[in-house]
Design a protein around this ligand. Structure first.
Ligand code: SF4
Length: 257
């Protein structure tokens, strides 16, 4: 039991209803459960507030209202399921379990994914892929998986830990693809990213049934468009070109969560 007496209690940063803003499912209505706490430190992180554990989770009171109330962490999977069901709305596509890093809380995320499935809600897991072991344990409960490919220019981990991180991410992608999960590999491209960082990974994606999302960073990290063209062409040599795309974060453009 946790000190608060909640088995598998999760540290959650926010729960709300919005649109998926990245990748091939952009524009789909989702309920987002953003776990708080992350083991990496990417220089472009767009959710820095949620890299640490939080005492308080904010919860939207009605789908699309933009009004939030506060609840105390940790939250049991049952309570989070109840909050999710209250945000259910017509046209809901799936529940996005995102972060922070969900795999930092594997028991909680597994219980939540099972709960979503039981309620007939497909599960979209967004992860940095740092643990293929933890990811594999969830595979039976995931319908969609978006796995990051962290590049040296992201400075996500120590240089010594980089190889292990990439190997785990690749194993996550292979596992998801093999199990028939709708699988998305995402690489954020910065102005400091050297194309070879990603091009050296492409051959290892060959043969996988995955979408490859090349996502230009915005703001101070925005890359040269020529770099995006080159990376798109290179990816299309190893993957189905129909599944290779360059796409920025659309929710930022719309100024929504
Ligand atoms: S893995 Fe995600 S949440 Fe963690 S530091 Fe990187 S971008 Fe931020």
């Amino acid at each position: 039991m946790t000190p608060q007496g909640i088995d598998n209690g999760g540290i959650v940063g926010e729960i709300f209803s919005s649109f998926q803003g990245e990748g091939p499912l952009v524009g789909r209505r989702q309920i987002f459960v953003r776990t708080a706490g992350c083991n990496l430190r990417c220089i472009y992180c767009d959710t820095p507030r949620f890299r640490s554990r939080l005492d308080i989770c904010r919860v939207e009171d009605r789908a699309g209202s933009g009004r939030f109330r506060q609840v105390e962490n940790p939250l049991s999977p049952e309570i989070v399921m109840d909050l999710i069901l209250r945000l259910r709305s017509p046209g809901l596509h799936s529940v996005s379990i995102t972060g922070g890093e969900p795999l930092c809380q594997p028991e909680f995320v597994e219980a939540l994914a099972i709960g979503c499935r039981a309620a007939g809600l497909p599960v979209y897991l967004e992860t940095n892929g740092f643990s293929s072991t933890r990811f594999s344990r969830l595979i039976d409960w995931i319908d969609f998986a978006a796995v990051d490919l962290k590049l040296p220019s992201h400075q996500a981990s120590s240089p010594e830990g980089r190889n292990e991180l990439v190997e785990n991410e690749l194993t996550c992608l292979k596992t998801a693809s093999r199990f028939g999960v709708f699988t998305i590999a995402k690489a954020v491209i910065l102005n400091s990213t050297v194309p070879a960082e990603l091009e050296s990974i492409y051959p290892r994606l060959e043969g996988l049934d995955i979408f490859m999302v090349i996502q230009p960073a915005s703001g101070e990290h925005r890359p040269d468009p020529k770099k995006l063209m080159r990376l798109h062409e290179a990816a299309s040599m190893y993957l189905d070109p129909e599944k290779v795309m360059v796409l920025p974060q659309v929710h930022r453009m719309m100024d929504i969560l």
